[in-house]
Ligand binder design. Sequence first.
Ligand code: HEM
Length: 192
Amino acid sequence: MSELMRHPGVMRRAQDELRSVLNGKPTVAEEDLEGDAGNYLKLVIKETLRLHPPAPLLVPRASMEPCKVLGYDVPKGATVLVNAWAIGRDPRYWEHAEEFRPERFEGATVDFKGMDFEFIPFGAGRRICPGILFAQANMELLLASLLYHFDWEVVASGLELDMAEEMGMTVRRKNDLRLHPIVRVPPLQSVP
Ligand code: HEM
């Protein structure tokens, strides 16, 4: 939602897509997002996971064998952290790496299922997140509902949106995002 508030064109495209395909339907259901209604929304979620992976260092690993990585010796048993956050912003793999551009995934096969090592918000390999599909369904349904039913306005507008993050078990916004919802679907006058 923070990136969408900073990129009104992206917000509008995602809302237009949902509203035109769902065409006044009273609620959004999971199956509604299987077709065209959720295409752009899914790109928005991918781009958000690229720039803001909730687990930026994944989960610590231990090296099973001594090995060399980029000329460095990694002894057996060493704790290894994989910086998925930095990989997702590496200009060797991403054009305009710091910019929020969901369109970069349009027509591209790169996905977060652990096969594309430049994009690993859920990790990769045998300890990859087993909750990917559950997480994906949750993110899609929640975000689709927020965007389909409401327009959004920043409470303290005029200032640049604060994007400070706070590290914990996972990374989240440091300060709450305060927004006004404006009901759009169903239109207010039709609510009993
Ligand atoms: C956007 C949401 C989520 C993200 C970004 C995420 C990310 C991750 C990451 C990065 C790992 C470590 C993978 C690795 O080190 O290679 C992980 C592990 C794990 N995740 Fe998730 N996760 C999410 C949601 C969920 C959900 C919804 C569940 C359960 C319903 C879940 C269950 C787990 C479990 C059990 C592990 C440990 C797997 C193991 O060590 O074998 N995650 N997750």
